[in-house]
Design a binder for this molecule. Structure first.
Ligand code: B16
Ligand code: MG
Length: 218
């Protein structure tokens, strides 16, 4: 059987942590007198923590000292982590365990490729840390998606050539990163947003084992 490198984004693909980012960013923004909606939060998907705060400040036309900026980053992360600490296995998105265990049964290499510096902690929280052969996260990269660095490092970690890698991503920047890396991109979410993906599915319940075997592995 062919071997492919299956690379998964974390937030929005394996777990829905966007809702916790939303709560933490909204609290921070409101504290600065900046409004923050669910639509604003959408624009921060896949974006690094530092760039997210820069964007929020730009929306509110606010400038802060470096010290204040860094203290807000810390505060946001502490707040976010207090939500993460409550997470359990039940918060894994629908059919992710089925897809992971099917790929494992087929002997397919699997990696995580996430912008989050908290990725390992989240994987431990939902008891998926041992499912991946390689983990590349925000602590391992210097360039944010759409730069392909995170996925190139994940492929390297798996020892797979880029043209044999398949990336599951929920953000457009992540799809662009996968395409730039020369990998096959599979969007998880809305086809209207993930316009540059090769395939788009609402979630993993729409991805059958037959599809994985016949279209992705073959
Ligand atoms: P952290 P992903 C991304 O994760 C999130 O989508 C994004 O909203 C977040 O700002 C970023 O991680 C950084 O997260 O603050 O935990 O380092 O989608 O690339 O798995
Ligand atoms: Mg994501």
């Amino acid at each position: 059987m062919n071997k492919k490198g299956f690379i998964f984004d974390l937030d929005g693909v394996i777990v829905d942590t966007a809702k916790y980012h939303f709560l933490a960013w909204r609290k921070l923004a409101l504290g600065l007198g900046i409004s923050f909606s669910e639509e604003d939060n959408e624009q921060l998907k896949g974006v690094s923590r530092i760039h997210s705060l820069e964007k929020i400040l730009a929306w509110g036309d606010k400038q802060l000292s470096e010290e204040h900026f860094n203290s807000l980053l810390q505060k946001k992360n502490n707040d976010y982590l207090s939500h993460i600490a409550q997470m359990s296995h039940e918060e894994i998105l629908p059919d992710v365990p089925r897809v992971l265990s099917y790929l494992k049964d087929l002997g397919q290499p699997m990696a995580l490729g996430s912008a989050s510096k908290n990725a390992r902690r989240i994987l431990r929280e939902v008891a998926l840390i041992d499912e991946f052969d390689a983990i590349v996260d925000g602590t391992n990269v210097s360039k944010a998606k759409p730069d392909p660095e995170v996925f190139l490092k994940a492929a390297e970690g798996l020892g797979m050539p880029v043209e044999q890698c398949i990336v599951f991503e929920d953000s457009l920047a992540g799809i662009q990163a996968a395409n730039t890396a020369g990998m096959m991109s599979v969007g998880i979410g809305s086809a209207e947003v993930l316009t540059e993906a090769v395939y788009v599915f609402k979630d993993f319940t729409e991805i059958s084992n037959e599809f994985i075997l016949n279209k992705l592995v073959s």
